[in-house]
Design a protein around this ligand. Structure first.
Ligand code: PLP
Length: 373
């Protein structure tokens, strides 16, 4: 019998810019303490699980029909959540939802980027911005950060003036570094982007619920080219749900509807997200606990002799290492999975349960003592 052949990607007539590239993904290893993907460590509470089952059951009777294409009820509830927590009133017309904020970002780049256009982000930052740019044929420009991983408003504005990108990404709090970008800096970048092109400015607030500061939602007032993107993957503890959303001028919502796949958000997803939003208070109750634990990680890592970047997220960047990957492996040998994002000399740890954080801190202290890392 003939053996089935196994071609490699490069045997396919694939787009040139995808040749030799690897897919996004953190190692999913089976170790006792997994602190590498910024998830919420707490499973959903029982009453919410019951409510999800109930709403999905109701939705199941209608699965012979396509879902609400415009997710009207869900967008209304998301607008209520934003208005309640963001110090700025938004309505359904300002809000759009998709399968994770990654899809929101993809739709934005399909609408505002694309072949012959460029997107700029300040790196190190969330690598999916550049990967989705590549996937949508948008050229990527890496903007500058200071050695402390902050944004220098003047250097950042100069990069925008020089490259005149069509889309600018500002991640705040930033992943993987953890630090937030002040509102004045975002305003300066918006002004620079409008003077240069004008271009769209996407503020990725995936971690905003964990911040010591406030959401930049109020900046939407009078700024039709500003977009704030959010997700239920982090603070809501619902990474498995795949629900991201944006708030912007209603014209931006009209624009992404030109590129979204029809019925992109399944009826099951919409029902599940609606159930989760009924339990917003319970879910966000974990956030205060996680913030306190995040602050404890910062303090204890510093006390142990590590250099730690200020964090407004549910993770902490620490170092400084000669060989970050060797230290990543040393943590793994002690049963603790952290993340090597490729930032020279640094690693990132997600905030877990107090027990997981203790295990991580024990390993961190032991490594410092053994090896003086
Ligand atoms: C985790 C993360 C997201 C979330 O992506 P989802 O597709 O919503 O799960 C978005 N932006 C940043 C910066 C992130 O770290």
């Amino acid at each position: 019998m003939n053996q089935p052949t196994r071609n490699s990607i490069d045997d396919l007539p694939i787009r040139t810019e995808l040749r030799g590239k690897s897919p996004y993904g953190a190692p999913q290893l089976d170790v006792p303490v997994r602190l590498n993907t910024n998830e919420n460590p707490y499973p959903l509470p029982e009453p919410l699980v019951a409510r999800i089952a109930e709403r999905v059951r109701e939705a199941a009777y209608d699965l012979n029909r396509y879902p609400d294409r415009d997710a009207v009820e869900l967008r209304t509830r998301l607008a209520e959540y934003l208005s309640k927590t963001g110090r700025y009133p938004v309505s359904r017309e300002n809000v759009w939802a998709a399968n994770g904020s990654n899809e929101v970002i993809q739709q934005l780049l399909q609408a505002f980027g694309g072949p012959g256009r460029t997107a700029l982000g300040f790196e190190p930052s969330y690598s999916m911005h550049s990967l989705i740019a590549r996937g949508t044929g948008t050229a990527w420009i890496s903007g500058p950060r200071t050695p402390e991983f902050t944004l220098d408003p003047e250097a950042a504005a100069r990069a925008i003036a020089e490259h005149r990108p069509d889309v600018v990404f500002v991640t705040t709090p930033n992943n993987p570094t953890g630090n937030a970008v002040p509102a004045e800096t975002v305003l300066a970048l918006y002004e620079a982007a409008q003077a240069a092109k004008p271009s769209m400015v996407v503020v990725d607030e995936a971690y905003i619920e964990f911040s010591h500061g406030d959401s930049l939602l109020p900046l939407l007032q009078g700024r039709p080219h500003l977009v704030v993107s959010r997700t239920m993957s982090k603070a809501f503890g619902a990474a498995g749900l795949r629900l991201g959303y944006l708030a912007a001028d209603p014209a931006v919502v009209d624009a992404v509807q030109l590129v979204r796949l029809p019925y992109h958000l399944s009826a099951v997803t919409q029902a599940t997200a609606l159930a989760a939003l009924e339990h917003t208070d319970t879910l966000l109750g974990y956030v205060d606990q996680l913030k306190a634990e995040r602050d404890r990680l910062v303090t204890e890592l510093r006390a142990a002799g590590y250099e730690v970047t200020e964090s407004d997220a549910n993770f902490v960047q620490f170092g400084r290492f000669e060989d970050a990957h060797a230290v990543w492996e040393a943590f793994l040998e002690r049963g603790v999975l952290v993340r090597d994002n490729g930032v020279p000399g640094r690693l990132r740890v997600s905030t877990g349960t107090p027990h997981e954080n203790d295990a991580f801190l024990d390993a961190a202290r032991a490594l410092m003592k053994d090896q003086g890392v």
